[in-house]
Design a protein around this ligand. Structure first.
Ligand code: UD1
Length: 345
């Protein structure tokens, strides 16, 4: 079986993907500098899968360190899945250069090494943010890429563009996966999303409110042109996102005739409003959630959800987890966090 390098292997989607890769029989090596994650995640992955994964603590911006890693470890690596990037929209607006350097210089350095060692397959973490505020729904991979709403979004648009140009001269073939809103946690509740400080994203904010860490959720805006006035997003379970990466690696291996650069939407295909998420969470947790309405959040798009036909047809990928599964596992993870260690400094 081939060996896959996962960058950002201790992160939210990276750690779930390592589990899925190991369960599919791949060998995995990880790079993660733990700047936004925890070093014990590899132990948790071993608890779930029974397999030890070695993580190399390297920042991708540190080109000499990355080159030294590749020189030592490149043997047998047939694919790279690149997650290591910052993703906080608000932080990116406050500090664009941090995002440009971390996300784009890091990606460039990685591409150089992949090219030097002729690694054939590369999977890139992209985002539905590249569609901006879409004019028509659901969005397909052919929907126009609109002006990104944040510097974070811009790093994804540019990151894709780098790869699109590069494959014209490189031997590497690339799949970019455009995630909609990944939520939930592994059913074991051993791995999940860590929010640093006050969460920006909806689900961690909901679970922290239910756990008593936050007083109440503020729902950003109640006068959007949607069925209940709140924004619409396409939420999908992180384990389904992880499986899509296994499918993408398999696809690259099995279809040498596939385009050298390809993109796939990863969404459930269904849009939920913020209020619907709150109500569904209340049903799953069995308790009312404290919330109030606030102003619209700058940069929020009104509604976005995926046409996932291409991923279904070409990757053979479909979502397996329901909305209730997403909320149940997110809540179980939050409760496990509160019990086991001080995760909300
Ligand atoms: C955003 C980005 C996405 C990025 C993700 C990672 C866009 C369109 N999407 O997702 O690309 O990968 O962040 O951080 O830029 N909400 C509240 N109260 C809260 C938090 C959120 O009402 O306290 C609402 C938001 O207004 C939004 C929905 O919940 O309508 C989801 O928000 P969030 O979880 O932050 O994700 P996105 O903004 O969709």
């Amino acid at each position: 079986m081939s060996k896959i390098l996962v960058t950002g292997g201790s992160g939210y989607i990276g750690s779930h993907t390592i589990v899925a890769l190991l369960e599919a029989g791949y060998e995995v090596v990880s790079i993660d500098d733990h700047s936004r994650s925890h070093d014990f995640i590899m132990d948790r992955i071993e608890q779930i899968t029974g397999t030890e994964v070695v993580n190399h603590r390297i920042n991708l911006v540190d080109r000499p360190a990355l080159e030294a890693f590749f020189q030592r470890e490149h043997h047998g690596i047939t694919g790279v899945i690149h997650f290591a990037a910052f993703k906080a929209v608000g932080e990116s607006s406050a500090n664009p250069l941090l995002y440009f350097e971390n996300n784009l210089v890091g990606q460039m350095n990685l591409m150089r090494c992949v090219e030097q060692y002729s690694i054939p397959h590369f999977v890139f973490s992209s985002s539905c943010t590249v569609y901006g505020n879409p004019e028509s729904l659901p969005v397909t991979e052919h929907s126009p890429l609109l002006e990104p709403e944040s510097p974070y979004g811009r790093t994804k648009v540019i990151g894709e563009a780098f790869l699109r140009d590069w494959v014209k001269v490189s031997a590497t073939r690339v799949v970019a996966l455009r995630y909609f809103n990944p939520v939930g946690a592994h059913p074991s509740a051993l791995i999940g999303e860590f929010s640093r400080g006050i969460p920006e994203n909806l689900l961690p904010y909901i679970t922290q409110t239910a756990a008593g860490i936050r007083e109440r959720l503020t729902i950003y805006g109640r006068d959007y042109p949607t069925r209940d006035g709140t924004c619409v997003r396409d939420y999908l379970h992180v384990c389904d996102v992880a499986q899509a990466h296994v499918a993408a690696i398999r696809h690259l291996g099995e279809h040498a005739d596939a385009p050298s650069f390809d993109v796939f939407n990863l969404g459930s295909g269904v849009g939920q409003t913020v209020l619907e998420m709150v109500q569904a969470f209340e049903e799953v947790s069995g308790a009312p959630l404290a919330y109030s309405f606030g102003e619209r959040r700058t940069g929020d798009v009104v509604a976005v959800y995926a046409d996932n036909t291409k991923a279904r047809e070409q990757l053979g990928w479909t979502t397996q987890y329901s909305l209730q599964d997403m909320l149940r596992t997110a809540w179980a993870w939050e409760q496990a966090l509160s019990q086991s260690y001080n995760a909300h400094p």
